[in-house]
Design a binder for this molecule. Structure first.
Ligand code: NAD
Length: 370
């Protein structure tokens, strides 16, 4: 039975192809056991594309990305391509995807699995059961606002300028994503801004509130100053469900929230674009980690970040929330059973390879679905 959905897989460089192999195994399992007729196409991005085509992503792959229901990316970059000029570096492939797909909402879950509660730098009682989703505006704000630049003043000193700027529409579209995500969770959104000192923050707060009142009255909305939010994230992180914020604050708060979980190899992400006439959003899913050249080729990378990114993709782009939940449950059970890749190794646990981790997930899926 075909789902009519198309997924573009771009494994990329370094550990990208190693961890992506375990996602392919999951897709095969879903096909065999859950009748999921997903059309999968593959392409090159980053250094792999530079080696094959001389560019970090070629036009045919870009066309596939535009046509696909979702793109799942491994990681790009590595020392082999470090000396290339900026315009030809592997990272440009990823930047082009983000730009051309107009991905304005970045979703970064911070989930603490019970079995990994000790990996957090915070006390276990503060992070046990933690499940936060940070929705960061990704294409506007101070990183893109004009005017910008460094100028030399008459007295020879210099002045650096960046501009924080947001429009009604930019705020509403990212807030809408946050409310929609919250609707499928515990229905709480906290919007973080600096309305106490910035006009763009006043606008942010007013527009988020207005959209809430018009379209999402059943979601509980609170507002918090971004500096307080940073503090609350380490003081009492469990008070949050979905946090929505701008590009700059989101950059900082999402990294802070990631650290609460304590392990880079476990962190997935999604970036979403505008919905088309039939409600389909362009989307890119990728682990938060990079290509990890220090361990590439050794078969020891943790595949769980990309597997959890694929689970997000199933839920948000492929209409397969049930399958996403199955995969997340299997991950939890494998961790509860004491299996660990090197990056999340703990005393008295079993250290396993990328491949064995993938196989363990499949075994748990077989048990859960039996
Ligand atoms: P990195 O995330 O690749 O690695 C940081 C550290 O975490 C390394 O010690 C690495 O071994 C470890 N690590 C990362 N992912 C892991 C996993 N799944 N399992 C086990 N250990 C893991 O960051 P970096 O070292 O700063 O960058 C390396 C390369 O990756 C650079 O070329 C950089 O530009 C690129 N990069 C790409 C992305 C991306 O593709 N989105 C993101 C960040 C960095």
């Amino acid at each position: 039975m075909g789902s009519g959905k198309m997924l573009l897989i771009l494994a990329g460089d370094g550990i990208g192809p190693e961890v992506m192999a375990e996602v392919r195994r999951l897709i095969e399992w879903l096909e065999r056991k859950r009748g999921f007729g997903l059309q999968v196409i593959e392409g090159l991005v980053g250094g792999a594309a530079i080696d094959a085509h001389g560019v970090p992503i070629d036009e045919a792959t870009m066309a596939d990305a535009m046509a696909a229901d979702a793109v799942l990316l491994g990681a790009v970059g590595g020392p082999k391509w470090d000396s290339l000029p900026f315009e030809r570096k592997p990272e440009r492939g990823l930047l082009r995807l983000r730009k051309d797909l107009e991905l304005f909402a970045n979703l970064r879950p911070a989930v603490v699995f019970n079995a990994l509660v000790d990996a957090s730098p915070l006390k276990p009682e503060l992070v046990r059961g933690l499940d936060i989703m940070i929705v960061r505006e990704l294409t506007g704000g101070v990183y893109f606002g004009e005017p910008r630049g460094i100028e030399t003043l008459a007295d020879g000193s210099r002045r650096g300028v960046n501009t924080q700027v947001y429009t009604t529409e930019e705020i509403r579209r990212v807030a809408r994503v946050a409310f929609e995500i919250a609707a499928g969770r515990s229905k709480r959104v906290c919007s973080a801004d600096k309305a106490n000192v910035m006009e763009s923050g006043v606008l942010w707060r007013e527009e988020v509130q207005r959209l809430h009142d018009e379209a999402f009255p059943d979601i509980e909305l609170t507002h918090m100053y971004a500096d307080n939010c940073a503090m609350q994230l380490v003081r009492n992180p469990s008070q949050f469900d979905v946090i929505v914020t701008d590009n700059l604050f989101g950059d900082i708060l999402s990294d802070e929230a990631a650290m609460l979980t304590g392990s880079l190899g476990m962190l997935p992400s999604a970036s979403l674009g505008a919905a088309d006439a039939v409600g389909r959003r362009r989307a890119l899913y990728e682990p938060v980690h990079g290509s990890a050249p220090d361990i590439a080729g050794k078969g020891i990378a943790n595949p769980l970040a990309v597997i959890l990114s694929f689970a997000m993709c199933l839920r948000l782009s492929l209409d397969r929330a049930g399958d996403a939940a199955l995969i997340e449950a299997a991950v939890q059970r494998v961790l509860d059973g004491g299996l660990r890749t090197a990056d999340i190794m703990q005393v008295d646990k079993a250290r396993i390879s990328t491949r064995v981790m993938g196989e363990a997930i499949i075994r748990e899926l077989d048990k859960i679905a039996a």
